[in-house]
Write a new protein. Structure first.
Length: 337
């Protein structure tokens, strides 16, 4: 990044995209651990659900004192409404962080072409230098028409400079070749295909200018961005706030709970273990500490966190269930006074 007379210019910027549950957040967390100590990095993360969870997960493991700056845009694809939610968050993030590198994680149901259009318009053309676009893919999904017939899944591959076959430790022998062939058939130019597990990307993967160009393929979303963000609304006296969203063939439901609500850790784990969904992310204040959870069809992971200001959970599924409300409330052990 070069900064002259208060103007930010040529910040190396990477879009890191991929469908639900493929490991984008894990990949970014791994990259952040590899960040050179002297550099300032910024992360703009987008979530399909109205209740932002990724921001809490990032902030609980990385702080501004460590030269890592996080902002999130919840509530659907960040390119909605001519990119206004994204532009507001990005402007604030750039002004605060003055970063040496910017990582952008669109929601797994988001449209990276439209995100690239925002990043390359005249407002940002001097401020940002778009480097490699990274798309994570679980090659096992290439036998499932829910993915291969999904326009967003294919757009994510078509725009990529590097396609990353993540979770390779779970692949069958033919999966790698299938992904190489599929990526080449969807890409507009020769695409690099690499394989990894647990999102362990090297910093070198990010470097080099993108070959992608923004195209006008605007999508219309059922999302009203004039409404206030549900991530910042005060939680009502009942102690929690619920929000729902739908689009791209999926539904999401999320909850924010006031910090006074202390959850039973074992009950939370049992509740999460019984959910059938494409992706679940959560942060809970429990009687034994604060824990973050990430669920994909393959696994449920739990990590201990240093801090959070409230409990949050977001579920993306083909079908959401009304009984989840009752089950979640039953996990509350106490409301501290």
């Amino acid at each position: 990044m070069k900064e002259k007379a208060g103007t930010i210019t040529a910040v190396p910027t990477n879009i890191i995209t991929g469908f639900l549950g493929v490991g984008k957040t894990s990949a970014i967390l791994h990259l952040l651990k590899s960040k050179p100590d002297h550099e300032r990095w910024a992360v703009l993360v987008n979530e399909f659900g109205e209740i932002g969870v990724d921001g809490s997960l990032f902030k609980s493991q990385h702080s501004e004192e460590g030269n890592i700056f996080i902002r999130e845009v919840p509530g659907g694809c960040m390119c909605c409404a001519a990119g206004l939610p994204m532009q507001i968050a990005l402007n604030q993030l750039l002004a605060r962080a003055k970063p040496d590198r910017l990582l952008i994680e669109p929601t797994g149901l988001g449209h990276p072409v439209e995100v690239l259009e925002v990043l390359t318009d005249e407002h940002y053309c001097k401020a940002l230098s778009i480097e490699k676009i990274i798309t994570l893919v679980d090659a096992r999904n290439l036998t499932d028409a829910r993915y291969t017939e999904h326009a967003t899944f294919n757009q994510q591959i078509a725009i990529a400079d590097v396609v990353v076959g993540n979770k390779q430790d779970l692949y069958k022998p033919q999966d790698k070749g299938r992904l190489q062939h599929y990526a080449n058939s969807k890409s507009q130019s020769k695409v690099e295909v690499i394989f990894t597990e647990q999102g362990q990307l090297s910093l070198a993967t990010l470097q080099g200018h993108t070959a992608a160009s923004a195209q006008s393929h605007r999508h219309h979303h059922a999302n009203d961005n004039d409404q206030p963000s549900l991530t910042t609304l005060p939680i009502p006296e009942v102690g929690y706030l619920k929000a729902i969203n739908q689009g791209e063939g999926f539904n999401s439901v999320g909850w924010r709970f006031s910090a006074d609500n202390v959850f039973n850790r074992q009950a939370v784990f049992l509740f999460l273990s019984g959910i059938i969904a494409e992706r679940v992310k959560a942060v809970f204040i429990t009687e034994t500490g604060i824990f973050g959870y990430n669920i994909t069809p393959d696994s449920l992971t739990e990590i201990e966190l240093d801090d959070c200001f409230e409990s949050r959970i977001d579920i993306i599924a083909n079908e959401t269930l009304d009984e989840w409300d009752t089950q979640l409330l039953a996990c509350i052990e106490s409301a501290e006074q």
